[in-house]
Design a protein around this ligand. Structure first.
Ligand SMILES: N[C@@H](CCC(=O)N[C@@H](CS)C(=O)NCC(=O)O)C(=O)O
Length: 292
């Protein structure tokens, strides 16, 4: 059975209102093929008839994530026709593709194959992706790589909501932001090794300006898009490191960036891919401070 549980927004319509707060009294709610709605109520030994509630699927799926495959693991059924996204749970480039796949609701269509990069299985390089990096996507008997190409590919070649608006001015700005990524990344990383955070300040000022361009929403292109996906995994890592090590809070005095971070944290397709900030901080400290 697929290890998948579906999230629901539950609207309680109880009368009289003094019965509230009822949500705490309900232990779980689940759907099965036989019983479309099972309502488990604490204090009710059996499955009870649901009270007056409406339950609305909000279209997101919380997956049980598979364990990462290592050198002792058998390969999945490569080229069996099932699209597969090879990732590492800790890689920000892979995270981009994982977010795109989640946002488009492709959890059941594109199988997630996590790889342990520190103890990589030989078959990954030999049979799947000779570049031996993540992410890679197996689709239509081909394996493609490069996160920026893959998020565009996933957006264009699979069903689900579009992550790239039609508006030509937004598309043009998206391309600008994609090109800007490398210099943003380099500026922030270089500040890790310097005494001042001037480069990082300038880099985040440029993000604040970019976020001010479209006013029809808190995201880079107004609505959530590939641009947010391209930047989010990196900002997720830069923020705790700059705060802890450089005492630089990227969101202070940058209201658009602060709002963007808040809104990103409402997007489940993204939040399920996030790592513990403490773990990210430790891994960045190991990576960047030991080289100083
Ligand atoms: N430009 C690539 C970068 C991918 C990349 O560097 N992935 C890292 C993990 S975060 C990797 O696979 N490293 C393994 C290696 O370089 O051997 C992309 O955007 O997909």
């Amino acid at each position: 059975m697929a290890a998948l549980s579906i999230g629901y927004q539950i609207h309680f319509h109880f009368n009289p209102p003094n019965l509230l707060p009822l949500p705490t009294k309900f232990s779980s709610l689940s759907f099965t093929a036989k019983h479309p709605l099972r309502w488990h109520h604490i204090g009710c030994p059996k499955i009870c008839a649901p009270p007056a509630v409406s339950v609305m699927a909000f279209g997101s799926s919380r997956e049980v994530l598979p364990p990462a495959l290592d050198s002792s693991s058998e390969p999945p059924a490569i080229f069996d026709g099932t699209p597969k996204l090879y990732i590492s749970y800790t890689c920000p480039y892979a995270q981009r593709t994982w977010i795109a796949r989640n946002y488009k609701g492709l959890q059941e269509k594109i199988k997630l194959v996590p790889i342990d990069l520190k103890n990589r299985p030989d078959w990954y390089k030999e049979k799947v992706y000779p570049a031996n990096k993540v992410p890679s996507l197996e689709h239509n008997n081909e394996v493609k790589g490069e996160s920026m190409d893959l998020i565009r590919y996933i957006n264009s070649n699979f069903e689900g909501p579009s992550l790239f608006p039609d508006d030509p001015s937004k598309r043009e700005f998206a391309e600008e932001m994609f090109s800007h990524f490398d210099s943003f990344y380099k500026a922030v990383i270089s500040s890790f090794k310097e005494d001042t955070v001037n480069d990082a300040i300038a880099a985040f000022d440029s993000i604040e300006t970019a976020l001010s361009k479209f006013v029809d929403g808190p995201f880079f292109l107004g609505t959530f898009s590939l641009v947010d996906i391209a930047y989010a995994p990196f900002i997720e890592r830069f923020q705790p490191f700059l705060l802890d090590v450089k005492n630089f809070d990227i969101a202070t005095g940058r209201s658009k960036l602060a709002a963007w971070i808040e809104e990103m944290n409402q997007i489940e397709a993204y939040t399920v891919t996030k790592r513990d900030p403490k773990e990210l901080l430790e891994s960045y400290k190991k990576r960047f401070l030991s080289q100083v």
